[in-house]
Ligand binder design. Structure first.
Ligand SMILES: [Mn+2]
Length: 307
C-alpha cells in the first residue's frame, strides 16, 4: 500500500544573491533536467511546476555593514515568502528549488505563518554542513546564506527578522540541525548561547544516523508541520560535488537515504526546500540526479513494500 501525498507545487527561485560562488541560480533548471517533476509523478504525486520567480540580478558586490546584497536578498525572500504562503493556503505542498540557502528565510517565514494560522506545530529539519547561524558581527564573508537560521530566530537586520511584518518567525527550539561539520568561530558561541539542537557529524559518528534521526523527529505527531530544508552541501562531497561550499566528512549515500526514508515514515513532511545546488561545479549533473533520487525517498520510495 502506498501513502497518498498532498498535491505538490514546484517553485523555482534562481538566484545566488546570498552565496559566495555564482551558479546556484542555475539550480532549478538542473533539478528539472534531472527529472524532479517526473520522479514525483511516478510516485503518484499530483505535481504543478509554477516556473521560476523573477527577482533582481546578483550585483556581486563586497559587503556593506556586514551584509552582501541585503536589498536583493530581501526582495528575493519576499518573493519566495509570498509564493510559498500562497501554495500552503491553497492546500498544496511547496517544493522550493533554490537558489542559495538565504531563501530558507522566506520559505520558513511563510511556513511559520501558515502554522500560526492553522494551529499546527512547526518542526524544521535543517540538513546542512553548516549551522547558517551567523550575524553581521561574526560573519567572515557577509554572505547571507550563512545567516538564515539566525535571522529566522530574530538575530539580524530588521528587514529579514521581520520579513512578514511580524516578529521573528520561529524560536530556536523548533529547529533540528543534521549533518553539521563546519561552524565559524563566532558562530559557535551564538549556537551555544541560543541552544540550537545540533546533530553534528561527531554525534552521528558516535550514535549512528538512525538514532540521531529518531531524536530529531521525537515528538512529531499528527499536528506537526514538518519542513525540510535540504542544503545539498549536507551530503559528502564525494557523492555531491556540485555545491559551492563542500565540507568533507558528510553523510554517505546510505546515511542520506536513511534520513529521507525516516522523514517519509513520519508522513508529516508538508514543505521542502532544496538549495545550494551549483551546476557550474557539478559533474554531468550527477549531484542534481542524486538530489532527485533522495527526493523520491522523501516521497516514500523504498526497496521493499513497507506497509
Ligand atoms: Mn545552508
Amino acid at each position: 500500500m502506498s501513502r497518498s501525498y498532498p498535491p505538490v507545487s514546484i517553485i523555482g527561485a534562481p538566484t545566488d544573491v546570498g552565496a559566495g560562488h555564482r551558479g546556484a541560480r542555475l539550480g532549478p533548471e538542473a533539478l528539472r533536467i534531472a527529472g524532479i517533476a517526473e520522479a514525483l509523478v511516478a510516485r503518484g504525486v499530483d505535481v504543478l511546476d509554477r516556473g521560476n520567480l523573477d527577482g533582481p540580478r546578483n550585483p556581486w558586490q563586497p559587503p556593506v555593514e556586514g551584509y552582501r546584497h541585503l536589498d536583493e536578498v530581501v526582495q528575493w525572500n519576499r518573493l519566495v515568502m509570498e509564493a510559498v504562503l500562497a501554495e500552503l493556503r491553497d492546500g498544496r505542498m511547496p517544493i522550493m528549488l533554490g537558489g542559495d540557502h538565504c531563501l530558507g528565510l522566506g520559505s520558513i517565514t511563510a511556513v511559520a505563518r501558515h502554522c500560526r494560522e492553522t494551529g499546527k506545530e512547526l518542526r524544521v529539519l535543517w540538513l546542512d554542513a553548516h549551522a547558517d547561524f551567523n550575524t553581521s558581527q561574526v560573519t567572515p564573508s557577509g554572505n547571507v546564506h550563512g545567516m538564515p537560521v539566525a535571522c529566522l530566530c530574530g538575530l539580524g537586520p530588521r528587514e529579514l527578522t521581520h520579513l512578514d511584518g511580524e516578529g521573528p518567525a520561529i524560536q530556536p527550539s523548533v529547529i533540528r540541525q543534521i549533518g553539521i561539520r563546519s561552524v565559524d568561530e563566532g558562530e559557535k558561541r551564538l549556537v551555544k548561547q541560543h541552544g540550537l539542537d545540533v546533530y553534528d557529524m561527531r554525534y552521528i559518528d558516535e550514535v549512528g544516523m538512525r538514532r540521531a534521526m529518531e531524536e530529531a523527529l521525537e515528538g512529531v505527531d499528527e499536528n506537526t508541520h514538518l519542513h525540510v530544508s535540504f542544503d545539498v552541501d549536507f551530503l559528502d562531497p564525494s557523492i555531491a560535488p556540485g555545491v559551492g561550499t563542500t565540507v568533507p566528512g558528510g553523510p554517505n549515500y546510505r546515511e542520506a537515504q536513511l534520513v529521507m526514508e525516516m522523514i517519509a515514515d513520519t508522513g508529516r513532511m508538508a514543505s521542502l526546500d532544496i538549495v545550494e545546488l551549483n551546476p557550474v561545479l557539478d559533474s554531468h549533473n550527477t549531484t542534481a540526479e542524486l538530489a532527485v533520487d533522495l527526493v523520491e525517498s522523501l516521497f516514500g520510495k523504498s526497496t521493499l513494500m513497507r506497509d
